[in-house]
Design a protein around this ligand. Structure first.
Ligand SMILES: NC(=O)c1ccc[n+]([C@@H]2O[C@H](COP(=O)([O-])OP(=O)(O)OC[C@H]3O[C@@H](n4cnc5c(N)ncnc54)[C@H](OP(=O)(O)O)[C@@H]3O)[C@@H](O)[C@H]2O)c1
Length: 278
């Protein structure tokens, strides 16, 4: 159970939130476990038509079984997002199934290389991290965005990380990819604004989440970096899409690292080393 941030504390998000997603056509990458799986189920339970991508066949079968028991519109598709060709093929299938209209794209699939220093990472690990955590976003956005722009409607969610706004020792590949995903989405936001598009974007930067990936991380300061409930993070993502919030940093206390950047680097480094164990 995550400490400090549970779904009960997300009282800014009203009970009518779920209704906002009824009938929306959603694609979520990395929907076989963790945040992506929980979001996929939550949206499907809200009446959205959800397609989840991933590679784990057993997990996909479990999801299909549960979806059919519960009467959800939730379909899993095998898609290795490290392959541009596979993304393009699956995206074409999704667009055909949804008659060209995807309302929400959630770029959530992510990997880490287990906290290795830059010199200990293999070339393959670096490539995999950048392919999945960053390049895949280019291919999905380029596949789904044109039809959103044409309809002047849609939303792109990028699950970056706190590691997308601050560097961390032992996470160079992960941080580089998450900073990249952040930069891609911020640039996209400005591009959309230049054409007065109604298509929205949300960048999500969670700290440690109480699941497989988050539990692996070493948490030094639980006040600044508490382990958060996965459900809390999912509700915040849904709330951000519903309110068209462009940036969600979780928990909000992490915003102090932005302020710390106003100081000289030596001071910034001392602050984040002390408070964030980076
Ligand atoms: N957990 C945390 O503390 C935390 C904190 C900040 C940000 N995040 C970010 O949140 C997102 C979700 O992470 P999580 O915590 O839910 O981790 P998770 O449970 O490990 O989920 C990762 C998902 O990504 C998918 N994935 C990995 N490689 C893939 C590939 N090549 N092709 C397709 N799908 C792939 C996995 O599916 P398959 O195994 O089926 O391929 C899985 O569904 C990630 O982007 C992560 O970086 C997590």
């Amino acid at each position: 159970m995550g400490v400090g941030y549970s779904c009960c504390q997300s009282n800014a998000i009203g009970p009518a939130l779920d209704e906002r997603f009824s009938g929306k056509r959603v694609v979520i990458t990395g929907a076989t476990s963790g945040i992506g799986l929980r979001l996929a189920k939550r949206l499907a339970a809200s009446g959205a038509e959800v397609v989840g991508w991933g590679r784990n066949e057993d997990a996909m079968e479990d999801v299909h079984r549960e979806a059919s028991e519960k009467g959800w519109s939730l379909r899993m598709m095998r898609c290795d997002v490290s392959s541009r060709e596979e993304i393009q093929e699956r995206a074409a299938e999704v667009l055909a199934a949804f008659e060209g209209a995807v309302d929400i794209l959630v770029n959530n699939a992510g990997v880490t290389s287990g906290g290795k220093w830059i010199t200990d990472l293999s070339d393959e690990e670096i490539n995999r991290c950048v392919d999945v955590n960053l390049l895949a976003h280019f291919w999905t956005v380029r596949a789904f965005l044109p039809s959103m722009i044409k309809r002047d409607s849609g939303h792109v969610v990028t699950v970056s990380s706190v590691a997308g706004i601050m560097g961390v020792a032992g996470l160079s590949d992960y941080c580089a990819s998450k900073f990249g995903a952040f930069g891609l989405t911020e640039s996209l936001r400005f591009e959309l604004s230049k054409i007065n598009s109604a298509v929205g974007t949300t960048i999500v930067c969670p700290s440690y989440v109480d699941n497989g990936m988050g539990k692996e991380a070493e948490v030094k300061c639980s006040a600044l970096f508490p382990l958060m409930d996965e459900e809390y993070v999912v509700r915040r993502i849904m709330g951000a899409v519903a309110r068209r919030q462009a940036l969600v940093i979780l928990p909000g206390t992490i915003r102090t690292t932005y302020l710390a950047r106003m100081y000289p680097v030596s001071v910034y480094d001392r602050i984040v080393r002390t408070w964030a164990n980076v």
